[in-house]
Ligand binder design. Structure first.
Ligand SMILES: [Zn+2]
Ligand SMILES: [Zn+2]
Length: 404
């Protein structure tokens, strides 16, 4: 039987595993219930399994049995990533396997990635004899803001099989936009870098009727907020765009008092490391210089969060071609623009060439254009995506290792 048919035959099992994970979602780096389900699903497979120290990750290595394709005898390694964590959202899907934990939900579909990756481990274990290299299965906690991938790299996931992987792939389901079972990727930037701008402007408060005797932090902070928007259009290339949104602004208490302080907070997104570096420098300089001009002090912080997720052009093309070959050209589409979200798979792609691939999981009775998005309390991810997601993970590893 072909790999896709094998995956389809295990669709029921994959859905069962996914539902069990969905019912008991966990947030952050410590996911003991999820980790136990993954370990149970991998039980009996010929894998070298290790678990994380600072986080409840699972790293599994499958050693292929076929002779290696490389003349130097070095065995290639491919890494497959599936994230496992949930979000602080109260589920409103009405699904029979809805979260049983109040305020926690698998609203980003990571329950699907976990099941798909466990399925891929099973598919590839059954083909161990054909595998001329090794596969690292990276089951990762803490994608949603906890740098789980970075921590797993720190604990050695990239070296788990010995040599560094020649390629790394991650699938991510989408509850909107992409029809169920359609795969989409692109060369170059795939997701944004998402950083935080945090500013406290310190002036000198006083009577609101005598602003010349005070140093007004509000007018200074307002000029910074508008100058940041002008900076976006005057200092950055529209074809290497950045987004700055100040989403929180607080100052003062009453109409007749100038306060001592104003604070604001926002997000800064960029799509190349060059733009990100310039954004960091330009934001800090602009705020500090404007503070000077207004006679106030500014404590400006630019907090680096996840970097840009950059697909290697050759690996993105390879993943696109494999999906088209396995599922038909209509189900492998180029993604025209990067996504505005951010991903910590970016840390893996900083060290290993690879690709992040979106997978449509919109239920067939919903319109992809209007279906609730990932992170929504009403987001639905169809089980129909599971078997093919699993098959694609496995095909990517098999073909990249040279087995097909
Ligand atoms: Zn998410
Ligand atoms: Zn996600």
């Amino acid at each position: 039987m072909g790999l896709r048919a094998d995956a389809a035959a295990s669709a029921g099992e994959l859905a069962e595993l996914r539902h069990a994970i969905h019912r008991e979602p966990e947030i952050g780096l410590d996911l003991p219930l999820t980790q136990a389900k993954v370990l149970a699903a991998l039980d009996g497979l010929p894998l070298e399994i290790s678990t994380g120290r600072k986080l409840s990750s699972v790293t599994a290595v499958l050693r292929g049995d076929a002779a290696g394709p490389r003349p130097d005898g070095a065995r290639p390694v491919v890494l497959l990533r599936g994230d496992m964590d949930a979000l602080p959202v109260t589920e409103a899907t009405g699904l029979p396997y809805s979260s049983r934990f109040e305020g926690v939900m698998h609203a980003c579909g990571h329950d699907q990635h976990t099941a798909m990756l466990a399925g891929a481990a099973r598919l590839l274990s059954a083909r161990r004899a054909e595998l001329p290299g090794d596969v690292i299965f990276m089951f990762q906690p803490g994608e949603e803001g906890y740098r789980g991938a970075d921590l797993m790299i720190g604990e050695g996931v990239l070296d788990a099989a010995g040599p560094r992987p020649v390629a790394a792939y991650a699938l991510h389901v989408s509850s909107t936009q992409l029809a169920c079972g359609v795969f989409a990727t692109r060369p170059g930037p795939m997701l944004a870098a998402a950083d935080i701008i945090r500013v406290t402007v310190r002036g000198r408060g006083g009577h609101a009727s005598q602003p010349h005797l005070s140093a007004d932090p509000i007018t200074a902070a307002c000029s910074m907020v508008t100058a940041l928007q002008t900076m976006v259009t005057r200092r950055f290339d529209v074809f290497d765009p950045v987004v700055v949104t100040i989403s929180s602004f607080h100052a003062g208490t009453i109409d007749n008092v100038i306060p001592d302080e104003a604070t604001f907070l926002g997000t800064a997104r960029s799509y190349s490391s060059g733009a990100r570096d310039r954004l960091r420098d330009t934001v800090l300089r602009l705020i500090n210089d404007l503070a000077d001009a207004h006679g106030v002090a500014a404590d400006a912080q630019y907090v680096d969060e996840y970097p840009v997720t950059v697909n290697d052009p050759a690996e993105a093309e390879f993943a696109h071609a494999v999906a088209a070959d396995v599922f038909g050209a209509a189900r492998s589409v180029p993604k025209t623009h990067p996504m505005t979200g951010a991903e910590d798979f970016s840390y893996v792609l900083q060290q290993v060439p690879g690709a992040f691939i979106s997978v449509g999981a919109v239920p067939p009775d919903q319109d992809p254009a209007t279906a609730p998005s990932n992170h929504s309390a009403a987001a639905l991810f169809d089980d129909a995506a599971l078997a093919d997601g699993s098959a694609l993970y496995a095909e990517l590893a098999l073909r990249r290792l040279g087995a097909v």
